[in-house]
Design a protein around this ligand. Structure first.
Ligand code: TR5
Length: 143
């Protein structure tokens, strides 16, 4: 089957519990771990915050700089594939905050913004998020 080894393809997670969680991840619309991060019930290393957007360091960084940029109000945006016209403004804000994050982190001359979408795109958390990656030479094509 197409996704039989999805977890090993997509994940570099250290713990089996997290792997199990990732394997079970599906776009159910259920609350995610990011809700707890937004509510400050789980601590995160915040890089940027405003009324609509939160940016915090990825717990499993894939580059010296690896920051996640998320909308505070998911509003149906479990993934980019769920975007509708009403989301255009927040989508623009998320992209602009990615630039602010790159600037703050000193990587404006070379960085990458990634959105993983769905199982085949290796998405594991169903609350839209932009990965801002940099601080090393990136490679192309990505895996
Ligand atoms: O795989 P996708 O594109 O969905 O990205 C989800 C990202 O969330 C991964 O890069 C994870 O490393 C990251 N992640 C997962 C958790 C987490 C986190 N980043 C910061 N803090 C986190 N906490 C507290 N818990 C997580 N489960």
């Amino acid at each position: 089957p197409r996704f039989s080894s999805l977890t090993s393809i997509c994940s570099t997670r250290a713990s089996h519990n997290e792997e199990a969680a990732a394997k079970a991840a599906a776009d159910t619309g259920a609350p995610t771990i990011f809700d707890k991060i937004i509510a400050k019930e789980i601590p995160s290393d915040t890089v940027y915050e405003d009324d609509n957007v939160l940016a915090f360091r990825d717990i499993n960084p894939q580059a010296p700089v690896h920051v996640l940029v998320i909308p505070k109000f998911r509003d149906g945006l479990t993934s980019l594939g769920k975007a509708e016209p009403k989301h255009v403004e927040i989508l623009g804000q998320l992209l602009y905050v990615s630039k602010i994050v790159a600037e703050k982190e000193g990587i404006l001359d070379g960085f990458r913004v990634v959105i993983n979408n769905g199982a085949e795109g290796c998405q594991s958390v169903y609350h839209l998020h932009l990965h801002v990656l940099g601080g090393r030479q990136m490679k192309w094509p990505p895996g």
